[in-house]
Design a protein around this ligand. Structure first.
Ligand code: NAP
Length: 302
């Protein structure tokens, strides 16, 4: 007989959480949902999920609670806050936090939950809103290994590359490494394109040829064309990128580790935020490059 599907509680139905929850519903998982802004629960309720009045109620009604909110204080609030998951927790409950937050805060939350007999996994993701919709995210997981194995069928609905990274906090640590590599890649794309522009190259041809060689990367393929077209509509917002770089730099200072390139890119992004572009996609990093170069990359649409 097939094993009963776990009842999932989903908290945080934003750009990422909503499609992830919908994919789990489509895969046949019974679900109870909660979102701070209640109107965002509607598509899930229409697809068959039950609505709850608080994270606490979600926990009472679930075998596994998934959180997909913004930052460390937000995860603390929905899990440990006055109406949080911990107050509806029952022994055996599993909490999976898929937001990108601090590894140190993650370990603290996991410890508090463990005191109530609740196991926690940190399972941040990479792959953006497109990966969330297609169920092709990369998922990096920290926490007890047996809990990871128990939750693997759930992760397989959400992602295509799922990797166990070690004890609590190691999933978040992996995600922060991912963000360092992404941020410096964006800066590399900006500088390479700007050199081409200043020297009078055809930027579309430049992109075409270097994408196929050793400089090829996700950032170059996906953000390079948007920089040239000045299409700054967000996939991943600069404000979220800055949250992640703040987490990276604070974690690196706990480790007394210098990350000079990351610190520079954070300042470049800050100057884009100072232009009022924090809600634009990370490809708007080119605006900072343009300011210090004293020229535009291209003169196409704004
Ligand atoms: P989003 O669209 O801004 O959604 C954030 C969600 O968190 C919303 O449902 C929001 O509720 C909820 N929330 C925030 N603070 C809360 C609080 N204090 N209490 C209760 N609910 C709260 O963000 P997102 O793009 O889905 O990102 C979610 C997480 O995934 C972030 O940690 C982000 O860094 C990470 N991530 C994002 C991407 C991406 O491409 N977008 C990729 C990988 C990882 P309201 O609706 O009430 O505001």
């Amino acid at each position: 007989m097939a094993e009963r599907k776990k009842r999932i509680g989903f908290i945080g139905l934003g750009v990422m959480g909503r499609p992830m929850a919908l994919n789990l519903l489509k895969a046949g998982y019974p679900m109870v949902v909660w979102n701070r802004t209640r109107s965002k629960m509607k598509p899930l309720l229409e697809a068959g999920a039950e609505g709850a009045d608080s994270p606490r109620e979600v926990a009472e009604k679930s075998d596994v609670v998934i959180t997909m909110v913004t930052d460390s204080p937000d995860v603390e609030e929905v899990i440990l806050g006055p109406n949080g998951v911990i107050h509806g927790a029952h022994p055996g409950l599993i909490v999976i936090d898929m937001s990108t937050i601090s590894p140190t805060v993650t370990r603290r939350i996991a410890q508090k939950l463990a005191e109530k007999g609740v196991k926690m996994l940190d399972a941040p993701v990479s792959g953006g809103d497109i990966g969330a919709k297609k169920g092709t995210l990369s998922i990096m997981v920290g926490g007890p290994k047996e809990t990871f194995e128990e939750c693997l069928p759930i992760f397989k609905v959400l992602g295509k590359k799922i990797t166990y990274m070690g004890p609590s906090g190691m999933g978040q640590t992996t995600k922060l490494c991912n963000q360092v590599i992404c941020a410096l890649n964006i800066q590399a794309v900006c500088e390479g394109l700007m050199l081409g522009a200043a020297a009078g190259l055809d930027l579309k041809k430049l992109l075409e040829v270097v994408t196929a060689g050793a400089a090829g990367s996700w950032m170059l393929s996906n953000l390079g064309p948007k920089m040239i077209e000045r299409d700054f509509r967000p996939g991943f917002k600069i404000s979220h990128q800055q949250k992640d770089l703040r987490l990276v730099l604070s974690f690196a200072s706990e480790l007394k580790l210098p990350l000079p390139g990351t610190a520079l890119v954070q300042q470049m992004f800050r100057s884009v935020e100072a232009e009022g572009l924090g809600d634009k996609g990370t490809q708007a990093a080119i605006v900072a490059m343009e300011k210090i170069a004293g020229r535009r990359l291209t003169e196409e649409k704004q």
